[in-house]
Design a protein around this ligand. Structure first.
Ligand code: BGC
Length: 749
């Protein structure tokens, strides 16, 4: 037998090991470096600079001469936004652009399902291709710091582990379809108040452990190809020119190889953007246009710096195959497969907050009174950028009517007025009896009387309350979390008239339930739940499926209990006009807009509550919320068998048997929290570290394993300016909600 030399053997072994090692997801962007260098060598400076700014409101230029296609963007994140005119957001009046409207961010997060986030991303990625789009402006993954946050409904959760998992799987889903994500808004964009100018002051540990996590996983593990720097400043610098965020962390620590695209109107200077990590100015060319060429002429910038920007853009351009013009927009955007995904997400997102044995709807209910305009208001549009022109939308009332069929009578009354938000221009000549002029307008006597009449004669009253997409919206935060337009007064009266009452909240963020809770035997958080939201809700109310959503954020008892409020960190500035609103206001000239910007003081948002965000604060300070993070009831009980916990060297592993004790299939979201024992480092009372959605048939039991990788147990050591692992004891808390811990065990790491 011929002998193989030892060196050859060793070499083979090394190659085998190297091949087995998975390439970093960002490396996918490096597949065309030689080709890209060759193209850059052929480009004129003008052609290069032309790629650094918008071409239209939703595209940036390629180089036609060299066969490089433009990059087409689409909002995101809950459906491919309707086609706008080239130079603005106004509708282009197309007919084929009706898309699938998916449940909004907090609803997706309430599923606690990586699998559904992946399917959601997949459907979004497919519909983007149908529309000829290369990049989805989403997912939006900022941490929900403020209960009043205008974009809470767009964002996922107050918790970094949950947000990061969903952000990662959404990203993978989109990018596996050959569409790029543009993950937004990087970073610490947690308030709409003064969002265009606010300077967030934040310590490094909080930044790394809480606010950056959802971005980090999408970039490092998901290979996110583009990132959208946010409007705000962080520790002094605008996000679009923030050396620490864009160059040191994103490109440096995380190895990001793709391109950054400023939020619309969020570029602030030529040198800042060029030197500190921005690739594309959206929209306009005043900073990353002719001024770049001038700066090269004066020697302030070099062409090599422009080449590097272009290289990063071309990496995405070549990783994402352009959709040929004759292939785009040939069929309607919304596809049946995506509609099914929208339904599947909605079904698993609905959270049963309270149930005094009134749900599911009993067989003897023959007459239902549906009260409240939120039962009929469509939620696909509004909220500014994240609206969708949906192919159809099943409202809660339509869902209930369809499910009730002929044997159950369903009657509807609006109950309260709808507050349509602030208005530009003169008030309408004739006031609309269903429209409020102020958010705190008291209940309307005529609408109340009509609602009582229906309630009196019904077997069951379903009250639909909550907010709307003018109240919770991009561009402004809510003043408080009170229910608008006299809803509380209405529910109190309804309950007195007929105590067989279910309250359904249709909103994106939390609301103050102090007055409503005592008069609502059952409460359901129904979200803005996409085009199939009404169908899913009816399935839950009638008991076709068991509710299985869990809160992705804390419902505080009152706003003042929440951390940023309690610490006096918010609200802290007089409110001024939103930058974005000013940018696109037709009644202002560019000079007037510029003057307005120049006058703008620099408001500061100080995050002195640090990492005590959401339940981390409530638990540590012993403040009882109305409903805790992770809370959500089912129609069945689950029993948790004995938990086994061990440290594996790579992390911590927990196993136990979960049993569905009920008589219908149901899902439970099991949650694993960690408390530090005898630590010398400061920690919140407990932190979510792992979770899993488990589907079980009636009576079925299954062994469940939860794992926490060591990386997720590290903390940011400010003294060392790096991640650190504290060895010692951990208490593992296994449960069904952050305030419903069923078992605990100790391990040492
Ligand atoms: C929003 C972004 C959005 C962009 C384009 C901005 O106002 O902050 O989330 O993607 O507009 O519509």
């Amino acid at each position: 037998m011929k002998r193989i030399p030892l060196l050859t053997l060793l070499a083979c072994l090394l190659v085998a090991v190297a091949c087995k090692q998975k390439a970093a997801p960002q490396d996918r962007l490096l597949a065309n470096e030689a080709k890209i260098n060759d193209i850059i060598a052929q480009m004129t400076l003008e052609e290069k600079v032309n790629m650094l700014h918008s071409k239209t409101n939703m595209s940036s230029a390629g180089v036609e001469r060299l066969g490089i296609a433009d990059i087409n963007y689409a909002d995101g994140p809950f459906g491919i936004r309707e086609e706008g005119v080239p130079n603005g957001f106004q509708s282009a009046g197309w007919t084929l652009d009706s898309a699938t409207y998916f449940p909004t961010g907090s609803a997706l997060a309430a599923t606690w399902s990586e699998d559904l986030a992946y399917k959601y991303g997949t459907a979004m990625g497919k519909e983007a291709r149908i529309r000829g789009k290369d990049v989805i402006l989403g997912p939006a993954v900022n941490i929900q710091r403020l209960p009043v946050g205008g974009r809470t409904y767009e964002y996922l959760s107050e918790d970094p582990i949950l947000s990061a998992a969903l952000s990662l799987y959404y990203t993978k889903g989109v990018q596996d379809q050959g569409t790029a994500v543009c993950i937004k808004h990087f970073a610490v964009n947690n308030q709409e108040t003064n969002r265009g100018s606010v300077n967030v002051k934040i310590d490094e540990r909080t930044l790394r452990e809480i606010y950056l996590k959802p971005f980090e996983r999408a970039v490092v593990e998901g290979g996110a190809m583009s990132v959208m720097p946010a409007y705000n400043r962080v520790n002094g610098d605008y996000c679009s020119e923030n050396e620490h965020l864009l160059n040191e962390i994103l490109r440096g620590d995380w190895g990001f190889k793709g391109m950054t695209v400023s939020d619309w109107g969020g570029t602030h200077s030529t040198m800042g953007a060029m030197l500190h990590g921005l690739n594309v100015q959206m929209t306009g060319s005043n900073y990353l246009g002719p001024a770049v060429i001038d700066s090269i002429k004066t020697g302030a910038l070099t062409e090599a710096q422009v080449d590097e920007k272009v290289r990063q853009i071309l990496r995405l351009r070549f990783a994402i195959e352009a959709v040929p013009a004759d292939k785009a927009n040939q069929i309607i955007t919304s596809q049946p497969e995506s509609q099914k995904t929208a339904l599947a997400v909605a079904e698993k997102s609905i959270v049963l907050l309270k149930n005094n044995n009134i749900l599911p709807i009993k067989a003897n209910v023959k007459k239902i009174a549906v009260i409240g305009q939120n039962a009929v208001l469509k939620t696909q549009s509004g909220g500014v950028g994240a609206g969708v022109k949906a192919l159809y939308e099943v409202s809660p009332l339509q869902g209930i009517q369809a499910r009730a069929g002929k044997n159950i009578e369903v009657n509807y009354a609006p109950g309260y007025k709808n507050f349509p938000g602030r208005r530009w221009g003169p008030a309408p000549a004739e006031p609309d009896p269903l429209v409020a002029t102020a958010i705190d307008e008291p209940a309307d006597p005529a609408l109340m009387a009509e609602a009582m009449e229906l309630a009196k004669n019904a077997d069951l009253v379903i009250f639909f309350g909550g907010t709307n997409k003018s109240i919770e919206t991009e561009g402004s935060d809510r003043n408080d979390i009170k229910l608008p337009c006299g809803q509380e007064e209405l529910v109190q009266a309804l309950y007195e008239t007929n105590p067989n009452l279910v309250t359904v909240l249709i909103s994106g963020g939390p609301t103050d339930l102090q007055l409503l809770e005592p008069v609502s035997p059952a409460i359901v958080q129904g979200w803005w739940n996409g085009m199939e939201g009404g169908t899913a809700l009816a399935e839950v109310l009638f008991g076709d499926i068991a509710p299985s959503g869990k809160l992705p954020f804390t419902f505080p008892m009152k706003l003042e209990d929440s951390p940023a409020y309690a610490m006096g960190n918010f609200p802290n500035d007089t409110r001024e006009m939103d930058l974005f609103t000013a940018m696109y206001r037709p009644d202002m000239t560019p000079a007037e807009r510029q003057a307005l910007n120049a006058q703008r003081p620099i408001p500061v948002s100080d995050y002195t509550e640090r990492f005590y965000v959401g339940y981390r604060w409530f638990d540590t300070k012993n403040i009882t919320p109305m409903y805790a993070f992770g809370h959500g009831l089912s129609y069945v009980d689950f029993s948790y068998g004995d938990m086994e916990a061990k440290a594996t060297g790579k992390g911590v592993k927990v196993t136990f048997t979960l049993k569905n004790e009920g008589d219908m299939p149901a899902d439970e979201v099991v949650q694993l929290y960690v408390t530090r024992v005898g630590s010398s480092v400061e920690w919140p009372e407990k932190e979510l570290k792992a979770f899993s959605r488990v589907s079980l048939n009636a009576g079925e039991s299954r062994k469940v394993t939860l794992e926490i990788p060591l990386n997720d147990l590290r903390y940011w050591n400010e003294a060392k300016n790096g991640w650190d692992l504290e060895h010692g004891k951990l208490q593992l808390l296994l449960g069904s909600a952050s305030d419903d811990i069923r078992q605990s065990a100790e391990v040492s790491i």
